[in-house]
Design a protein around this ligand. Structure first.
Ligand code: FAD
Length: 284
């Protein structure tokens, strides 16, 4: 099918984009178009106006700023995947990006689009949760900052009003931290059946801080704080306790669909958590 008719506005500034959104009421931003265009074509969405943000200058960047790394909302997946700044400070994110769709899609898709779309099996919402990201959100009436943990509400649902735009994602640096990432998808480039990302920070040879995030196994990506708490003070030389794996599985609400049953996904996410934790322990 083809999309229903819409008016098309090319914004040349964030101010113009948010003014257009506020004016139209039911407008949609188009960034990479990799998720939006299929939804328009299937007529799952029928906005009266599309506000194209691709020509807004200075919205695509990866920049160090003291203790944080700032990422512009229009930064393409491939830019993240190949950024030396990301590779130095967040190698777990570099690894995750290689699992996002295919190169052609990574060349167009943006971090702002992926986070705002919030597909339940997407990697970037999981990474935003893992890395304690903050999102800068702008509307005609001002700007606000929202923590990733408060941003993702439900499948394809985020804390974003109709007239708001994500302009920047801020990641606090994580020095001296081991990481692990494990994903299973049916084919390379497919959305994850399940994926787990982990960071471990040690103190005196024991785990002082653990972060575990997962995707594909609940309506939104999730952090698994129960399992994280169980890891504090532990060493993983003899493997990961089954309590930790069970806490990961208990925090899931996996769907059954064409690709896998809920039972399979729940089993899988535990296996992936074990692998990601072992890799993170090895690196830490
Ligand atoms: C075949 C295929 C396979 C894919 N596989 C994967 C995969 O394995 N993993 C994965 O994570 N993703 C996958 N994707 C999705 C891809 O990563 C998209 O790029 C991403 O979900 C959306 O980014 P976008 O820039 O294209 O956003 P768009 O499609 O332009 O927009 C998506 C939504 O976000 C809104 N939006 C966009 N930018 C902003 C902003 N700055 N502020 C507020 N709202 C905004 C739009 O209004 C729209 O509602 C796949 C896509 C395809 C077509």
């Amino acid at each position: 099918m083809k999309p229903a008719a819409f008016e098309y506005i090319v914004a040349d500034s964030v101010e113009m984009a948010v003014a257009s959104l506020a004016q139209a009421g039911d407008a949609k931003i188009i960034a990479g178009g990799q998720s939006l265009v299929p939804m328009l074509n299937f007529r799952l969405l029928r906005p009266s106006v599309l506000v194209d943000i691709n020509r807004i200058p200075n919205l695509a960047y990866v920049r160090e700023d003291g203790g944080v790394v700032r990422i512009g909302a229009l930064t393409r997946h491939h830019q993240l995947e190949t950024s030396p700044v990301i590779a130095r400070h967040f190698p777990v994110l570099t690894e995750a990006m290689a699992h996002v769709a295919h190169l052609a899609i990574r060349n167009r898709g943006t971090i702002g689009g992926s986070l705002s779309h919030a597909d339940p099996a997407a990697e970037l919402p999981m990474m935003a949760l893992l890395l304690d990201a903050e999102l800068r959100v702008v509307s005609a009436s001002g700007a606000r900052t929202v923590a990733a943990r408060d941003f993702f509400r439900d499948a394809l649902s985020v804390d974003l009003a109709e007239d708001e735009i994500v302009t920047e994602v801020v990641l606090p640096k994580l020095p001296n931290t081991g990481w692990g990432f494990a994903e299973v998808a049916r084919r390379s480039g497919d959305f994850a059946l399940a994926a787990v990302a982990v960071t471990l920070t040690l103190s005196d040879g024991k785990i002082a801080q653990a972060r575990i995030a997962m995707t594909g196994v609940a309506p939104t990506a999730r952090r698994v704080t129960e399992a994280e708490m169980l890891l504090i003070g532990q060493r993983l030389d003899d493997g990961v306790d089954s309590d930790v794996i069970e806490a990961v599985r208990a925090a899931t609400e996996p769907p059954t669909d064409l690709h896998a049953s809920a039972e399979y996904r729940r089993h899988l996410v535990g296996v992936l958590a074990g692998r990601a934790l072992a890799a993170a322990w090895g690196r830490a």
